[in-house]
Design a binder for this molecule. Structure first.
Ligand SMILES: [Zn+2]
Length: 410
């Protein structure tokens, strides 16, 4: 819920638009949760307005993470928690993770798969929007669309236990069923649709990481979602699944680990986005190498994918594919989303390009560029501040100093 209060922020350096150079000594005027104006110099606030002194800070737009799972957290004891936690507890876990995410400077996230009932994340989205719970603006997909035995729905418990923990609304086989599954998520309140084009690491089944849905199922999912005005994200590791999704008009490929020359050609031709989530690959690899928290089926796939995501990002970025920031937090620890920036730079992105991926580009992928992504009059007052210059050292973003979301100081 936006506050009506007026705030004037004195910004030592202001990166209002990450596609342009930062400016020195600016005042950002905030009213009713929105950016009212930006002026040069440090303007005295009117009597009814609060002054926020960020004269020694670098101010930039609130960050956007296009790939999180707010209601889950992988790690020790995960397999037991999945069967212990009720949907209410899962929702409360999500509220805790949302707070950590906001404090880390992420003022918007796309939740690409709820644990338990999809209401866990729909309820969290509403509570945050109404100002009852602190957290980032959430766009959500509800439950992941997945085939029987597919990634995102397969835990490998005995059948009757699986029946308790699976959210069956996202499981579908055959084109009619896929159409129904997409429509069902939209009817529940999904802002976007996410489906699994290939196998994935954390599903407990030795089913590899290649294409899972057939081409006609993939086409149906994407067409149905687009017909309902929803963007589509495809979880995809293997090249065949990546390319089938791209050929059928998917909006973003999540992970993209084994993308090939054909994938690059399709990305550019279809103007699709790559959401790399390097940190998820690295985190899964650490778990596979160092602890007993992964089952053999999970560890085998984690070792397969691991560093491949890094190679994939290096390749897609060098080829000029649009990169949107995403972390897959829920695999890694919520609140450490900004660690992805250093990986992006390791993959050849300039810090400015990495910041653009988490602001301007992400806002376009999420189709909310008129609301977020830059500090512009009329847009939501989502802005953050750090010490130092993130365009010189992107790791400054890991030490967030100030966060304002929809005009409210977090
Ligand atoms: Zn994910």
């Amino acid at each position: 819920m936006a506050t009506e209060a007026s705030v004037v922020i004195h910004a030592g350096k202001l990166l209002a638009d990450p596609e342009l150079a930062p400016k020195e000594r600016c005042s950002v005027h905030v009213k009713g949760g929105k950016i009212a104006a930006i002026s040069s110099g440090f303007i005295d606030p009117p009597p009814d307005a609060q002054l926020v002194d960020l004269k020694d800070k670098f101010v930039l737009p609130g960050l956007i993470d296009c790939h999180v799972h707010l209601t889950g957290q992988f790690g020790p004891g995960y397999r037991l928690r999945v069967v212990e936690d009720s949907d209410v507890k899962i929702g409360l876990n999500g509220a805790y993770h949302a707070k950590l995410t906001l404090k880390a400077g992420f003022t918007t996230v796309r939740d690409v798969g709820a644990l338990g009932h999809p209401d866990t994340v729909f309820a969290l989205r509403s509570a945050i929007a109404e100002g009852k719970v602190p957290g980032p603006r959430i766009l959500c997909v509800g439950t992941i669309i997945s085939p029987t035995g597919g990634h995102g729905q397969t835990y490998g418990y005995r059948q009757d236990v699986c029946a308790c923990v699976q959210s069956h609304s996202g499981t579908c086989d055959g084109v009619d069923d896929c159409r129904r599954a997409v429509r069902r998520q939209v009817s529940f309140g999904a802002d976007a649709i996410k489906f699994v084009a290939t196998g994935g690491v954390l599903s407990n089944i030795k089913a590899g990481i290649d294409q899972q849905f057939t081409d006609d199922e993939i086409r149906t999912i994407i067409e149905t979602a687009h017909g309902l005005g929803r963007r589509v994200a495809a979880h995809a590791h293997g090249a065949a699944g990546i390319n089938a999704a791209l050929r059928n008009g998917v909006d973003s490929i999540e992970h993209g680990s084994f993308l090939d020359d054909e994938s690059i050609r399709l990305f550019l031709d279809r103007k699709a986005y790559h959401v790399p989530t390097v940190i998820a690959g690295m985190t899964a690899l650490e778990f596979a190498r160092s602890s007993a928290d992964m089952t053999p089926a999970q560890a085998e796939k984690a070792l397969m994918v691991g560093t491949k995501i890094k190679e994939a990002l290096s390749r897609s970025h060098a080829a000029g594919v649009k990169i949107a920031f995403g972390t897959d937090m829920g695999v890694g620890p919520h609140g450490q989303n900004a660690r992805e920036f250093a990986y992006m730079v390791e993959c050849g992105m300039k810090p400015a390009a990495a910041v653009k991926a988490a602001t301007v580009t992400a806002s376009h992928l999420l189709d909310i560029a008129d609301e977020v992504g830059t500090i512009t009059a009329g847009k939501s007052a989502d802005l953050i501040a750090v010490d130092g210059n993130p365009l010189d050292d992107v790791r400054t973003l890991e030490r967030m100093q100030f966060v304002m979301a929809r005009g409210v100081i977090a």
